[in-house]
Design a protein. Structure first.
Length: 548
């Protein structure tokens, strides 16, 4: 196959995902809060009134926001980069296109015929869940890319025993953690897998002599991720006093769950949702996974173990987290089922040919010459991949299963019926941050000096990201924020931008300092403006003037 093929795959995916992303953002104004908040964090690093690297924040892991910095640097000249989340969209486009290349690479490494490689790669690339999260600026794209990269390198290592594959897999797993916290799960599982495979390479009789190498290989695969984890939580502790702010901070996931009234329902409903999400995103696995297990046992194919262990570990972790009530029931948390389904289909085909390696190890496995998969079976396997696309697309449009994606079905319905609750809610989801953009435009028109608007970014991130003048805002990442919050007048603050002291608003720093400010200005500040919100789950805003 041509050496240009990966670049063709990458370029095609970039063009397609970028077109979808810019259409959703610029044409429909459909932006997701978590994506926009990461863009706002990147904006704070470079363009706030107090720019510094630690403004990236320690609630989310940093890679998705850090990757936006080269584009966000130009937002002073083109504010749409942050206002419409163009930087976040571009980053997710590149990452998801990279994930498509990795799936294509796994097909090539397996020695699949070209037509099947192209078809499996294309079906993965056009999966609605992959398209949407490759085009919306969320962290799922980066997480999938690095996890697919790690899986590909580990699959190669099983055959090659090449230390280069092992080290690259470890680096990829570490970077996956810097995209999402659940990246710690595949790091631990990969270390166990590598240690066991290394220890058993020469059989039980030589186990003692292989233990040292098994431990060394486990360190190579887990070392980069462990180092990144320790550096991240250590830096967070030194700067904020909290090692795992995602768990302990008033802005973190645990606090959000409490403020939102809990994650889900009873045990039965959470288990059923988890199973439904898994089936919706990987329906072919019900057939292909058992078949692939049987074929792998008959072929003595250790390569098969890698993808189900790493992707399956993440899926099990997400399901367990939701069942015990420590996270929300979002369909996107089960997105790993999509690449897992594609890779399992790849492993229905017998491995063909020996892939070249930079330096084969002492325990390199020569591939057995096996008869190719029968054309009818090969066609049936690939057809299952194709059938998964409409199933996932249907699931994404169901409000009960896909609360964050079902609004896609109403993009063209600009005047929903008042009696259609789902359509009305979907319209508000699509317009979630239109009020914040209008508020940012109003504040920009006031010709205010820098540091004249005090706001917490619990909800205010969308206003700051939409503003052409982010230096006018005093935000929590500013080193003097607490001092200014306690006495805003002498610091030059002219307005306090507030939200109701309920739900997530209870973590808003202004509400914590002045608990009644939204209701009556804390009897200190006169009301200047009230802005009802048209977005879903977004607060009404009140702007209070600071006297003098």
């Amino acid at each position: 196959m041509s050496v240009r093929a990966p670049w063709v795959v990458f370029g095609s995916a970039v063009v397609g995902y970028l077109a979808v992303g810019l259409t959703l953002s610029l044409r429909f104004g459909y932006l997701l809060g978590d994506a926009l908040s990461r863009t706002s964090a990147a904006q704070a690093v470079l363009l706030s009134r107090d720019p510094h690297v630690s403004a990236i924040g320690f609630i989310f892991t940093p890679l998705t926001a850090l990757a936006q910095l080269p584009m966000v640097a130009f937002a002073s000249w083109w504010p749409s980069i942050t206002r419409w989340n163009v930087s976040g969209i571009t980053v997710s486009v590149v990452f998801m296109a990279g994930a498509v290349v990795m799936i294509h690479g796994i097909c090539r490494d397996r020695g699949l015929p070209g037509r099947y490689s192209v078809l499996i790669t294309a079906v993965f690339a056009i999966n609605p869940m992959i398209v949407f999260y490759g085009a919306n600026g969320m962290s799922e794209a980066g997480f999938l890319f690095f996890l697919c990269w790690a899986v590909r390198r580990l699959i190669r290592w099983v055959d090659s025993d090449d230390v280069h594959d092992l080290v690259l897999a470890g680096i990829a797993l570490g970077l996956a953690f810097l995209c999402r916290y659940e990246g710690v799960v595949p790091i631990a599982l990969a270390a166990v897998l590598v240690a066991v495979v290394t220890g058993l390479r020469r059989g039980r009789k030589h186990w003692k002599s292989m233990r040292r190498r098994a431990v060394l290989d486990a360190v190579l695969i887990a070392g980069p991720g462990t180092a990144m984890f320790l550096v991240w939580i250590g830096t967070s502790w030194l700067i904020t006093g909290e090692a795992l702010a995602q768990l302990s901070s008033s802005y973190g996931n645990a606090a959000i769950l409490t403020q939102s009234g809990g994650a889900g329902g009873d045990l039965q409903s959470t288990v059923l949702f988890s199973l439904g999400a898994f089936v919706a995103l990987g329906p072919t696995l019900l057939v292909t996974l058992p078949l692939a297990v049987v074929l792998a046992l008959r072929r003595r194919d250790l390569q098969f173990v890698v993808a189900p262990l790493l992707f399956g570990g993440v899926l099990a972790f997400q399901a367990a987290s939701y069942i015990v009530g420590s996270t929300f029931g979002f369909l996107r948390f089960f997105i790993c089922a999509v690449p897992l389904a594609a890779i399992v289909v790849v492993h229905l085909f017998p491995a063909a040919g020996d892939r070249p390696t930079r330096r084969a190890g002492a325990f390199r496995r020569r591939r057995l010459v096996l008869p190719p998969l029968r054309p009818t079976m090969a066609l049936a396997a690939v057809s299952l991949c194709v059938l998964a696309v409409p199933v996932t697309g249907w699931a994404m449009l169901q409000p009960s299963l896909s609360s964050q994606q079902y609004a896609l079905g109403y993009l063209l319905d600009e005047d929903p019926s008042a009696d259609d609750v789902d359509a009305s809610t979907a319209r508000r989801i699509i317009d979630s941050f239109s009020t914040e953009r209008e508020l940012a435009a109003y504040l920009d028109s006031q010709d205010l000096p820098d540091g004249s608007i005090l706001v917490d970014t619990v909800y205010g991130f969308a206003v700051v990201a939409a503003s052409a003048h982010p230096t006018r805002f005093v935000i929590p990442s500013d080193l003097d924020f607490t001092e200014i919050l306690n006495d805003p007048g002498p610091a030059g603050v002219r307005y306090l931008l507030t939200v109701p002291n309920e739900g997530r608003g209870v973590s808003d720093a202004i509400n914590r300092r002045y608990p009644t400010i939204y209701d009556n200005g804390a009897e200190l500040y006169p009301l200047a403006l009230e802005v009802p919100n048209t977005g879903a789950d977004q607060p009404d805003w009140r702007l209070y003037r600071v006297p003098g």
